[in-house]
Design a binder for this molecule. Sequence first.
Ligand code: ATP
Ligand code: MG
Length: 222
Amino acid sequence: MNKLYCNKISKSFVINKDKLNVLSNITLEISESEKIAISGKSGAGKSTLLHIMAGLDNPTAGHISFNDKNFSKLSRNALSKIRLLNFGFVYQFHHLLEDLTIEENISLPAFLNNSFNKEKKHQIDLLMKELNIYDRKKHLPWKLSGGEKQRAAIARALTNKPKFLFLDEPTGNLDDENALIIQNILIKLSDEYGIALITATHDNEFIKVFNKVYKLKDGKLS
Ligand SMILES: Nc1ncnc2c1ncn2[C@@H]1O[C@H](COP(=O)(O)OP(=O)(O)OP(=O)(O)O)[C@@H](O)[C@H]1O
Ligand SMILES: [Mg+2]
């Protein structure tokens, strides 16, 4: 079974010569199919922790490993490959590329992975249909509503069928109705395909569906 392990992670930033300690000695293990939520106030370090766990940023101390592969010992290319094959990331502010259509945005991980073909195109069509954005596929992101953009960002994160899906406030900018749609889709996909969800969220309704809820405060996870 796939496992992601955070071993004694600390992270600090230096701002104007002052050191800001954001994460302090965090240890956490996540297995395939698990659903975990990370709550905590704005500025607590949720996004920072998610980025580090997904191999998008480096910790100041400690290390992340995926199936016993220590990220800090891997080349950039090897780490990119692990990310492309196993991880999906939905950013706090969706990060769709504005000059690509929704369909092109969603297909991008498959192009990067050299896995785009007829079968993949078909799977991407199904994914867009499931997330109810198929009829917007030829549009540029700015034409879509917040909820549609968020669903497109989720589709893009699922293109390569990740084992671990990182979600940074996936329902944060949405009204209750759209938040519930996104929530139900994520739970269904996780249950259907055994995808682990690692979610930073303030959403008290969403938090109820997770196996484990952690709170990030003063750099510590409890
Ligand atoms: N690259 C960076 N350089 C300097 N400071 C940073 C950087 N990234 C994050 N920080 C700081 O680290 C702290 C944690 O930020 P982070 O974005 O992880 O918080 P968060 O819990 O996700 O907050 P929110 O709920 O508002 O999204 C903040 O004080 C932020 O300003
Ligand atoms: Mg954040």
